[in-house]
Design a binder for this molecule. Structure first.
Ligand SMILES: [Zn+2]
Length: 441
């Protein structure tokens, strides 16, 4: 059997491939996006059944299994096959719960509703999945002499910088993060600071930060860690594999994902497509890309049936991590929509906040982005686009523990444009048993 291998190539099909350890982010011919191309013939040396058995045997949190206990590296042949064991920088990412949201499903009229809890992970967001791959490849490239970089850098709405800072610190590599000043939550700002990253707060929005970091990378001053770098997508695509694996290698009817820069939507498609091509699954799910109405360039393109996504100026939204007006991975997401018979839906501030509050009342604890996805899923169900017996998986992208100000704001009825019908506030009482007893309800 040929050893599995992977190379960068142009997403639009220009000739030429490049090693994953090369600092290259755009196609040198057309300046378009790159993707990671795997040697599928080498991977076909094992049947779909054999891959399923291999992946199931590796679904283990134990180091004694002989495999790095990580949802990403347990599928390493499909991700970055050339990274040696001792270059892997891992925090045990992936292997996240698939939460059966039974009460919420019953109340919203879904046949089956699961929430893939990607925020239940080291830095509290799905960004860990891509960052373990990127930092491991950089680490491998530096050690083998294929790569020479002074620092790894990203522009971020919060979660990306937290993940990059953590993995960089674990690898002992310098990290620089560019944040839009005043637009990320306190918890998200604290994470890169705590990990010792150089944090530069710029007087602009995410898209402005992105333009700066791209130019720094272009000048060779930093290695670019944003999802323009397709290494991130290779890690994130394991979400698709985990979902089907957790459903007994059955494919859900729908996957709903909140998306700003759109790399995660592209990653889902990459994962499902690869699983189908290699015989692990026999069909593909439908996709819903869920956007905040305040930052909805993909939604606008979908409604207009446009071939390309036109940039917008993203407005302030509680879903701050997807406040992106000029999504880098738009062409990839367009391909995902076509490949997965997808739709795009949007959620207003009221809809996303109430969706979170409702979900929380049924035992979830949903971040605002997950709220966007839940609200969009509900709208599709209400319109009958999602059928009453269909099995739906909503991707939760981050831990709501990062969004305490949002939760508190809702329950104190202080969020702009949000009425907070499910607000719940503490009752102050004297330490008197009879008084307290009266308030038990
Ligand atoms: Zn090209």
């Amino acid at each position: 059997m040929a050893h599995p291998s992977a190379r960068f190539r142009c997403f639009s099909g220009c000739a030429g491939t490049f090693p994953l350890t090369q600092a290259i982010y755009r196609c040198p011919t057309c300046d378009g996006l790159l993707e990671v191309a795997h040697d599928l013939d080498a991977l076909r040396a094992a049947s779909g059944e054999e891959w399923r058995a291999r992946f199931d045997a590796r679904w283990s949190p134990s180091w004694s299994s002989g495999v790095t206990p990580s949802g990403v590296w347990s599928k390493r042949e499909w991700v970055a096959p050339d990274v040696p064991d001792d270059a892997i920088v891992t925090t045990g990412e992936g292997l996240t719960p698939l939460y059966p949201a039974r009460r919420l499903a019953a109340e919203l009229g879904f046949g089956e509703l699961f929430v893939k809890q990607c925020g239940t992970t080291h830095t509290g967001s799905f960004k860990d999945l891509g960052m373990t791959v990127l930092v491991s490849v950089v680490s491998h490239g530096l050690r083998s002499g294929a790569l020479a970089v002074r620092a790894i850098a990203c522009a971020s709405t919060g979660d990306t910088s937290a993940a990059l800072a953590a993995y960089g610190a674990a690898a002992g590599l310098p990290v620089v993060v560019l944040l839009p000043r005043g637009m990320v939550s306190v918890a998200q700002l604290v994470q890169p600071l705590a990990h010792g990253a150089k944090v530069l707060a710029l007087e602009t929005d995410f898209d402005g930060c992105m333009a700066v970091v791209r130019e720094l990378a272009h000048r060779g001053l930093v290695y670019l860690a944003n999802s323009m770098n397709p290494l991130r997508i290779e890690g994130q695509k394991t979400v698709a594999l985990e979902i089907t694996q957790q459903l007994g290698w059955n494919v859900p009817d729908w996957v709903v994902i909140p998306s700003g820069n759109l790399g995660n939507a592209a990653a889902l498609f990459a994962g499902f497509r690869m699983a189908k091509e290699l015989g692990l699954i026999d069909r593909l799910p439908r996709l819903c890309i869920a956007q905040a109405a305040k930052a909805n360039p993909m939604y606008r393109a979908f409604i207009a049936q446009a071939e390309h996504v036109a940039p917008v100026v993203a407005e302030a939204t509680q879903a701050s991590a997807i406040r992106i007006g000029n999504p880098v991975s738009a062409p990839r997401a367009m391909a995902a929509l076509r490949g997965l018979n997808g739709v795009v839906e949007e959620a207003t501030e009221t809809e996303l906040a109430d969706a979170c509050a409702h979900a929380d009342r049924t035992g979830l604890y949903a971040c605002p982005h997950t709220g966007v996805a839940l609200a969009c899923a509900k709208k599709l169900r209400d319109r009958g686009v999602i059928g009453e017996r269909e099995r739906v998986v909503v991707i939760s992208t981050a831990s709501a523990l990062k969004f305490t100000e949002f939760k508190l704001g809702y329950h104190e009825s202080k969020l702009p444009d949000v009425a907070s019908p499910l607000a719940n506030t503490p009752v102050s009482l004297p330490p008197d048993v009879d008084v307290v007893a009266k308030h038990l309800g």
